[in-house]
Design a protein. Structure first.
Length: 215
């Protein structure tokens, strides 16, 4: 009588199958990462071009220079943030949703706006726009450009706080800027702390319309 034996998958074949699955998963992750970053780069480039074009527009088409501060709608472009020594340059959008922070630096709702008295809150991911903040130093210059003017800040202090510590964004009687990102910078997964940069305004240049040729 023939005895049937049950075929079992060889360890080598199982290992080959596992390698294939992991390879496909890895390639999919890389493709997604490239797509997300490419989308962000394109968004930033377009908004930079659009922002600069608006700044150069004639006064009749450019409300910049008016000192009125109207509430910004979600995802509206606020301006541009630059930290020259760290080579940070990014468009700032209203809001702190995941979609906003994926494409730009976010202006924390209910905080002050550039040029106003109060504490401005800007947030961004530690693995994108704010990754260089790990090297920030006291007295580093921070420049915020808007349609109302350009404002310069100097870094005063940095600190590490818990995620629920909202005191770092408390209102202020002076003109301040607070940058917020997750910490540690190279932590895998949801970071347990927040890295905070405090700066004060030291200069302001109102936005003026460009001179017309022949005027």
């Amino acid at each position: 009588m023939r005895v049937r034996t049950r075929r079992t998958r060889s360890p080598r074949r199982s290992l080959r199958w596992l390698e294939t699955v992991l390879l496909i998963a890895g390639l999919a992750a890389v493709d997604y990462y490239i797509w997300v970053n490419a989308e962000t780069v394109v968004y930033q480039a377009y908004q930079e071009w659009k922002f600069d074009r608006t700044l150069r527009a004639p006064a009749s088409n450019n409300p910049g220079g008016a000192e009125t501060r109207t509430p910004h709608t979600a995802d509206e472009v606020i301006g541009r943030l630059e930290i020259p020594r760290l080579n940070i340059r990014a468009i700032v959008r209203e809001g702190d949703s995941e979609d906003t922070l994926r494409h730009a630096v976010g202006h924390v709702p209910s905080t002050a706006f550039p040029g106003d008295i109060g504490n401005i809150g800007f947030a961004a991911h530690r693995d994108t726009f704010f990754r260089p903040l790990r090297n920030i130093r006291k007295d580093d210059r921070i420049i915020v450009s808007t349609l109302n003017g350009t404002y310069e800040y100097l870094v005063q202090t940095t600190q590490i706080v818990n995620p629920d510590d909202v005191s770092v964004l408390r209102a202020s009687a002076s003109k301040e800027l607070t940058l917020v990102t997750c910490y540690p910078f190279y932590y895998i997964g949801s970071a347990p702390h927040r890295f905070i940069v405090h700066a004060i305004q030291v200069g302001a240049t109102p936005q003026t319309p460009p001179q017309q040729i022949g005027s």
